[in-house]
Design a protein around this ligand. Structure first.
Ligand code: VAH
Length: 321
């Protein structure tokens, strides 16, 4: 069986659905620390899992006969910067608990890293898997720590640890979880519902991004790869764009959409986080080792996001009507 922690976050529910379609509902145990919506509960096992409670996690691993773990529980960049103590507990101690359980119970463990694991001294363009990594955000520091601990456990204890550095993820059906790339999701809801978006990043902030279904497919391809891979951690990329480029693409569909940017003299706190991250990634190793290839470029992603959110708005109107 597979255990997914952080199942109710931006990425977890989509991953649980995909794994359940592959292995059957009963073989994918979803978990989080808050109540799941009814349809989620009806689709398969869901348990409360506080990743800071080793005994509770071990109980789940034993009772449910878990073989693989996808560990998604984490505080993302913006939230972590504002809640350092909780971020260190969840992101480091929580991950360490799961990594130790993977060693004790011989579990395969997949836990994503992030472009946030790079820092301001990392080469910004076409950033390779192996390079300078001096992140200066709590989120990036915790994720780099986890990368190194996962590699150590594979080297020293033979734990099958797998990880990929996710870019910003665009999703229409699940809200983002308090990150710096969230603007790329919020913009669509504002464009469809209000025709305007006050962007919290400057217009030329170029960041690596990916559509949700590409992320889930890339994760599953990596998680299920049948033989040990040369690396534990891989960059995973699809497309890089700036808020201005994204707005221009949206305006092809919504010509009256307008956007504003912060006063450069008073930047949003997330600007410094975004400025410390790469503008684009080299993910050639993932393409070489497990055949990674994105399916969604900017045009396709924008059309799909707008179509999905416009359908949501129509459905909401019907429910109200
Ligand atoms: C964040 N969406 O902004 C997350 C992600 C690469 C960014 O880790 O923190």
């Amino acid at each position: 069986r597979v255990l997914v922690t952080g199942s109710l976050g931006q990425l977890g529910s989509g991953l649980v659905k995909e794994l359940r379609s592959m292995y059957g509902n009963e073989n994918v145990v979803a978990s989080d620390i808050r109540k799941a919506p009814e349809e989620f509960m009806a689709s398969g096992p869901f348990v409360y899992a506080d990743v800071m409670n080793y005994g509770m996690l071990e109980r789940i691993v034993v009772d449910w006969r878990i073989d693989w773990v996808v560990h998604y529980s984490a505080l993302l960049s913006a939230v972590a910067e504002k809640n350092m103590a909780l971020a260190l507990s969840v992101n480091i101690a929580g991950f360490q608990n799961m990594l130790e359980l993977a060693k004790v119970h011989r579990l395969r463990i997949y836990s994503p890293s992030t472009i946030g694991a790079f820092g301001p001294s990392t080469p910004k363009d076409n950033t390779p898997d192996l390079t300078i990594m001096r992140p200066n955000t709590i989120y990036g520091i915790t994720k780099l720590h986890n990368e190194l601990m996962g590699e150590y456990y594979r080297e020293k204890f033979g734990v099958d640890f797998r990880s990929a550095r996710y870019p910003g993820i665009l999703s229409a059906d699940t809200p983002p979880g308090g990150g710096t790339t969230d603007y790329a999701v919020d913009i669509f809801h504002h464009a469809v519902r209000h025709g305007h978006y006050d962007c919290f990043l400057s217009k030329d902030t170029r960041l690596p991004m990916m559509y949700l279904s590409d992320c889930i497919r890339g994760t599953v391809e990596h998680l299920t790869y049948p033989t040990p891979l040369p690396q534990c951690v891989y960059n995973l990329a699809a497309v890089s764009f700036t808020p201005a480029e994204l707005a221009k693409e949206i305006q092809k569909h919504l010509p009256h959409f307008t956007i504003s940017y912060p006063d450069p003299a008073h930047p949003d706190f997330r600007q410094a986080i975004a400025d410390s991250w790469p503008a684009s990634l080299d993910d050639s190793m993932a393409r070489r080792d497990f055949g990674w290839k994105e399916e969604y470029g900017l045009e396709k992603m924008v059309k799909l996001m707008l179509d999905k959110i416009q359908a949501q708005v129509e459905a909401e109107k019907k429910n109200i009507g």
